[in-house]
Design a protein around this ligand. Structure first.
Ligand SMILES: Nc1ncnc2c1ncn2[C@@H]1O[C@H](COP(=O)(O)OP(=O)(O)OP(=O)(O)O)[C@@H](O)[C@H]1O
Ligand SMILES: [Mg+2]
Length: 250
């Protein structure tokens, strides 16, 4: 297991379910017999528990999804306290994001897993350091082997434009897109009555982005269903997972 195959989970925004879907992918890849690790280049927003312990929820959840015990530092080499983009969160505590470490931290996984799920921060143009955005990091991970992106989109009014902007940006940059996950994140109170776009958005995404596989994640569920297979031959979620595993097919 020298250098793992990488999948990059990005999203249309912060708080759309990137960690939820990353954990799901880690568990499913592991169940399919792939030793799978998790990486978050930088994480901001600490929670202090009643006993004073500082916890970064994304790191904790990604660690729990991995089947073996992994040092937090390997999952995320740079953590910051403020709930801000990493560059500003670092500044708030008189630190600087270590630019090179964003990608170099991945090397800590070499030899430890065959597949690596990387969760970005915020959306594609979220600053990581003062020099680099999530998109810059993703671009730097396209050689020697491509790293496909999975785009998580929260199902709510606005998702069509946010998703198209994200896909357009990835396509312009030449980054392979493995799929879009429409995440049913809305609380029950925010039913169709308050957002009548909810039952319409999937069909609209298929209409406007027909070439990309579209998957659905129901609220509270740890599984995905394939709504549309795009230009791939994927007929089921399992096929799609296999497609992710062999990026050359994208
Ligand atoms: N399918 C889902 N069902 C139920 N809850 C969900 C689902 N997806 C996400 N959530 C919840 O919504 C919240 C935001 O999700 P999550 O933390 O995965 O977003 P994120 O995009 O990773 O955010 P960040 O940009 O902070 O990393 C969390 O409380 C998470 O548990
Ligand atoms: Mg997250």
């Amino acid at each position: 297991m020298p250098v793992p195959r990488k999948i990059f989970v990005t999203g249309t925004d912060t708080n759309v379910g990137k960690t939820w879907i990353s954990c799901l992918l880690i568990r499913r890849l592991t169940e399919s017999g792939n030793s799978t690790g998790a990486y978050k280049p930088a994480c901001s927003g600490v929670i202090t528990t009643s006993d004073g312990t500082e916890v970064w929820e994304d790191v904790r959840e990604l660690a729990q999804a991995c089947s073996t015990t992994v040092p937090d530092q390997r999952i995320c080499p740079q953590t910051f306290r403020a709930p801000l983009a990493p560059n500003e969160a670092a500044r708030a505590e008189h630190r600087t994001v270590h630019d090179a470490l964003l990608a170099d931290g991945l090397a800590a996984w070499n030899g430890h897993c065959s597949h690596l799920v990387i969760e970005g921060a915020g959306g594609l143009f979220c600053p990581l350091s003062d020099q680099r955005t999530v998109l810059d990091l993703l671009l730097s991970l396209q050689t020697p082997d491509p790293t496909p992106a999975v785009v998580v989109a929260a199902n709510r009014l606005g998702v069509i434009s946010h998703t198209r902007l994200t896909i357009h940006t990835l396509q312009q940059a030449g980054i392979p897109v493995a799929g879009i996950v429409l995440n049913q994140i809305a609380a029950p109170a925010e039913s169709q009555e308050t957002d009548p776009s909810l039952p319409l958005n999937a069909a609209q995404l298929i209409h406007w982005i027909p070439e990309i596989p579209l998957l659905n994640c129901n609220r509270g569920e740890h599984s995905l269903s394939l709504l549309h297979s795009g230009n791939t031959n994927a007929a089921t979620f399992t096929d799609w997972l296999q497609l992710i595993s062999s990026v050359s097919k994208f």
